[in-house]
Design a protein around this ligand. Structure first.
Ligand code: FDM
Length: 203
């Protein structure tokens, strides 16, 4: 049986990255073949350009960086497909939904933003770690990277709302770390057995 493709999205400070790591560890401890995938993957050629853009050591046109984020996903697709077919469950920290939400929040056309990612692998579930901006700010200031600013993050959240559908699972990220972890693990454990790997996101 192939593995599940599980995407985790959420705003800054939602604990997404920590929870993704913990989820993978938990699944492995329960004997599941699970692996963490993160977008952007900053190690590839496109990833290095993205990294320097995010660290504000380079500037790129908004459209150009959007396409680079998408290319960074496309170049990973064959390998991800192969891993899923081998039975690996993939926990994906950010995906095309972040791609659209961040670029649209900067003012790019929402439909244009979806275009480059149309046809990517379709996740079996998208979990959204939900946290209000006030709660996010209580967890400490935003970081130094380009998008870590209150106004932009508020707009990102609005764009995420437009992308949600009834296949998304909302997780209340204001709970304790253990509660969030349990909620995520329950969602994963309740997923139905997956059918064949599906390409065709947003088609
Ligand atoms: N981001 C992430 C985008 O703008 N587009 C994308 O396609 C993706 C995957 O990059 F601010 C933004 C979101 C975030 C930044 O993400 C880097 P991490 O999770 O902090 O590395």
């Amino acid at each position: 049986m192939r593995g599940h493709l599980i995407v985790v999205e959420g705003c800054d400070r939602s604990g997404k990255t920590t929870q993704c790591e913990r989820l993978v560890q938990s699944l492995q401890e329960h004997g599941k073949d699970a692996e963490l995938v993160k977008f952007p993957d900053r190690t590839t050629q496109t990833g290095k350009m993205i990294d320097s853009y995010l660290k504000q050591t380079s500037h790129l046109d908004d459209h150009a960086i959007h396409l680079l984020f998408s290319a960074n996903r496309w170049e990973a697709m064959d390998a991800l497909k192969e891993k899923l077919s081998q039975g690996k469950t993939l926990i994906v920290d950010r995906y095309a939904f972040s791609g659209v939400a961040f670029s649209a929040a900067k003012g790019l056309d929402f439909e244009w933003c979806r275009g480059p990612d149309v046809g990517l692998l379709v996740p079996d579930v998208v979990m959204f770690l939900d946290l209000t901006m006030d709660e996010a700010e209580k967890r400490g200031g935003f970081g130094e990277e380009r998008y870590e600013k209150r106004e932009l993050q508020m707009q990102v959240r609005k764009e995420f709302d437009k992308l949600m559908d009834d296949t998304w699972k909302m997780v209340d990220a204001s709970q304790t770390k253990d509660q969030v972890h349990t909620a995520m693990l329950t969602i994963v454990n309740e997923l139905p057995a997956p059918g064949p790997v599906r390409s065709g996101l947003w088609k």
